[in-house]
Ligand binder design. Structure first.
Ligand SMILES: Cc1cc2nc3c(=O)[nH]c(=O)nc-3n(C[C@H](O)[C@H](O)[C@H](O)COP(=O)(O)OP(=O)(O)OC[C@H]3O[C@@H](n4cnc5c(N)ncnc54)[C@H](O)[C@@H]3O)c2cc1C
Length: 466
């Protein structure tokens, strides 16, 4: 009888779910092991405390989701996700002023992270070869007798009467998607492999968030408002991010419902952490270069406490560079590439990694993993490279950033970015390319095409002569 192929994913958050979707195309059985129990409706859970913060899914990520789960966008909008024209309906205050606003086909949706995960989980659960093992924590990796490959995991289920004797689960491919606190480096060490070396860039960015019922009678011409930080001059920023109405409400509506809620979030870099007490929260908002965020805090109805997330470093674990790679084991998502979340790229990176895995498995058999796992991990590293460069280059602008010293390429990138910020205030074509790069639809090299480069140069010359 032919061997049934099995894949196992550690962690059933966004990266684990999307990787699970790819694996479902290629394996007879896919098991997603998740420490938490999922709620029946969208709701925060212990393993994803960050779900209370704004989660913008970039357009590239939205495209991939739609390919993986056709019709998902429509389902989300029916559940109350907010559809918007990203060039017309987002108010974006750069250090040079508000960006130009015009109609475009760059159609975005926003919703809570809880709704997004719930909708994806619901679709994935409909795959007959995908199984969720909830309430189970992976505690280690298992190797074959020769220590040439990873063959499974040890785990314990919550409520186990004897947690000292863990269960063992075997699979042909094991994927670690257990997030920032992944224990894969320790697990590898315990079975005789070297752990990966790490690169960390930390700008000591703090993030706080609270959900509001928008104030009645407040008339605004945007659906989402974004005031990014612009270090070193401006280390504070904020966002007003629309999400669906509360699932508990009997009269919930679809997109654009009057019950749409706003997550108001404040950001501070260089250890200028936004406070979580009422007065400090408001005072921080008042220090932003637009009064609207403070006005919403004063006039809106708070629906939650103020939540803080003060640990927003970037960290790359170089699994692609291990001299002795563990075959049949890969690492994705925040477990491999942790990104400062204020740039909103990590979920899209997880989607890109899932596509990379799918493409790899289209061209390789499962036996190829004996010799090609390292190559696969290198492909995954390419999928997060652009986002890593963008996040760390931006974080290098903070005065007290910790990491390797800034090089000439990063300095130039940041200088060029400043020039673009001045151009996108009134040049729609440049703004469109900027948005396409920001949303990972195009590589950053698109910002250096001749028509943009020449405008940057002219703009510089004009500034110097005036
Ligand atoms: C404050 C904040 C704001 C963010 N905003 C954005 C944004 O705007 N846009 C964006 O794209 N991304 C954003 N992110 C990133 C995003 O939330 C995810 O963290 C990211 O997509 C990576 O997800 P992940 O699945 O790798 O890890 P996580 O989301 O951290 O999930 C890890 C999962 O693994 C489970 N787990 C852990 N250990 C085990 C174990 N031993 N056994 C079994 N299960 C285990 C956990 O319970 C959890 O479900 C933000 C993150 C933070 C912290």
């Amino acid at each position: 009888m032919q061997h049934k192929t099995r894949a196992l994913v550690i962690g059933g958050s966004l990266a684990g779910l999307l990787v699970g979707r790819s694996l479902a195309n290629h394996f007879d059985h896919v098991t997603i092991v998740e420490r938490d129990f999922y709620a029946d409706l969208p709701a925060p859970r212990k393993g994803v405390p960050h779900s209370r913060f704004p989660h913008s899914l970039m357009l590239r990520g939205q495209q991939i989701l739609e390919q993986f789960f056709p019709g998902l966008r429509a389902e989300l909008v029916a559940e109350g996700a907010i559809a918007m024209d990203s060039m017309k309906e987002i108010a974006f205050l750069t250090s040079a002023g508000w960006t130009t606003r015009c109609s475009s086909d760059l159609q975005l949706f926003t919703c809570s992270r809880d709704l997004l995960d719930w909708a994806i989980r619901r679709r994935l659960a409909a795959f007959p070869n995908v199984q969720f093992l909830q309430g189970a924590s992976v505690t280690g990796l298992l190797t074959d007798a020769e220590h040439t490959k990873i063959v499974g995991v040890s785990l314990h289920r919550h409520g186990d009467s004897n947690p000292q004797s863990p269960e063992e689960l075997y699979a042909d491919l094991i994927v670690d998607a257990s997030g920032k606190a992944s224990h894969a480096p320790q697990w590898l060490k315990a079975v005789g492999y070297e752990p990966p070396h790490e690169t960390e860039v930390n700008a000591f960015v703090g993030y706080v968030a609270r959900v509001y019922q928008p104030p009645a009678n407040l008339s605004v011409d945007w659906k989402l408002l974004f005031v990014p930080t612009a270090p070193p001059q401006r280390q504070r920023g904020g966002v007003i991010f629309p999400i669906e109405s509360d699932f508990e409400l009997p009269e919930r509506g679809c997109s654009g419902s009057p019950n749409t809620r706003w997550i108001v979030s404040l950001i501070g870099g260089d250890r200028d952490y936004p406070p979580t007490d009422e007065a400090g929260f408001l005072a921080f908002a008042r220090s932003l270069p637009t009064p609207i965020v403070a006005e919403v805090i004063e006039r809106g109805t708070p629906l939650t406490p103020i939540y803080a997330y003060y640990s927003n470093e970037n960290r790359l674990r170089h699994y692609d560079q291990l001299s002795h790679s563990p075959a049949h084991f890969i690492v994705v998502g925040h477990a491999a590439c942790l990104l400062n979340p204020t740039y909103g790229q990590a979920m899209t990176v997880a989607a890109l990694e899932a596509v990379t895995l799918d493409q790899f498995l289209q061209h390789h058999s499962i036996d190829d993993l004996n010799s090609h796992t390292r190559h696969l991990q290198q492909q995954l590293a390419k999928a997060h490279h652009e986002a890593w460069m963008a996040a760390t280059s931006a974080d290098y602008r903070y005065r007290n950033v910790q990491g390797k010293p800034i090089n000439a390429a990063t300095w130039f990138t940041n200088w060029y970015w400043d020039q673009l910020m001045e151009l996108i205030v009134d040049r729609a074509r440049v703004y469109r390319t900027f948005m396409e790069v920001l949303h990972l639809l195009k590589p950053s090299i698109a910002l250096f095409q001749l028509h943009i480069l020449s405008q940057v140069v002219w703009h510089q010359l004009n500034k110097r002569s005036s």
